[in-house]
Design a protein around this ligand. Sequence first.
Ligand SMILES: [Zn+2]
Length: 491
Amino acid sequence: MSAKSYSEVVDEIRSRLDILDVVQSRVVLKKRGANYWGCCPFHNEKTPSFCVSPQKGIFKCFGCGEGGDAITFLMKINNESFTEVIKDLALQFGIELPSVKGDTKQFTEEKQQIKDLLKKAGDYFYSNLFSSPEVKNAMEYLQKRGITKDIIDEYKLGYSLKGYTELQKHFKSEYIPQIMEKAGLTVKSEKGEDIDRFRGRIMIPIRDEAGNIIAFGARAVETAQNPKYLNSPDTVLYNKSRILYGIDKAKSKMIEDDFVVIMEGYFDVISAQAAGLKNAVASCGTALTVDHVKLIAKYSKSRKIYLAFDTDAAGLKATQRSTDVIKEAFTGLGNLKIFDQNYSSLSDDKYTCEIRVVAPFDSKDPDEYIREYGIEEYKKYIKNAPLLLDFELSQILKDYNPDFSPTDKLKLVKKIMPLIEEIPNNLIQNEYIKLISDKIDVDESALIREVNRSKMFKTVDKQSTKKFIKLVSNRCKFFRYQLLARKYKRY
Ligand SMILES: [Zn+2]
């Protein structure tokens, strides 16, 4: 087989590149006619003027004028030269690239070395799990979490030995210390010596979209070990705010089912995927980011996102934070389906995204829940998961009890008001108001007046902060009087 010339390789890369695939990793796009539209990544905008034509294989921004093909896009977005982009793509596609005159190959070679090293490290950690006498605790832990041998094999789970230089000894003849460090596998000790980063831990390989190991998550097995989870640092291959754990296995199911379930931890995803819920992913030791949402949008056309974090206080916070991030990612692209639109006859595709919250009743994380009740029960929960607004309302309203004083009710109403205001459709807004007024025994018309007044504030408050504060305090007073009046009317 004769080796290909540089230009032949470039042609092959061009033919394999899909502009939509390339752009959608970095921009959320929405189909309109034959083209796709999104907010331009090269200039700041809130309404989309950035257009991708899959037929022509090009992008064009009508705001700032940037345009070109998939390679131009990668050059601009990564701030890289043509040869750098080609090198990266060749590596990604597994195509051997002939060297060109005056070309510094070092960077790509290093990436390739790191990629090889991580793969071999994965094999090594995996083999430890079956050959080392010190894995007793690790095995017990895996058994406790219902991780079978089949799952260990499929996810290539492993174990890092307790010694300080075990991994380095293993790879001594193959890799130089700098590559080990750049792969995130070693760190400098206080004395300045190289020591293994992961010691005495269950090793969970983190893979890119194509399934290559790019990093590790490592779970402590001894009670005294800190932190509980230790992750690889960001490297030339791994950026934790861009990759989602489980995406390699989830992506085809995400396309097929058109939804994704975002969970909190590695083992939640492993449990769910192994039990048959393949479209589960998790962020790796970081909060959800806008880039994560872009990755999801690439695979789920209607962006149905199910948030399945733990149901404790920290989990609820994560749900709230993730929601804000999702909303930010879809800015300017249309409405988000966060509340029930049964009352309207509008078609589904008018939404940019749909957010639902999966929160089983007894505060269990997905992994615990699936192990106790089975995947079918969990799938039922997903199917009936409330939309974001309904979930948020139920969270606030569950604190209500009939003995609430007018002041307590006022506090509750204040929490609810911002949620109600988010509903753009008046009819649906009124339905929600009716529901809430029944539930907390507050006059419906008073609630409607509150919402209307609050809308008015939004336009007035730009004038001056002082004026705004005064208005708010008057509003609160007014509402308190109404509640008091209502209470006394009853006696
Ligand atoms: Zn632009």
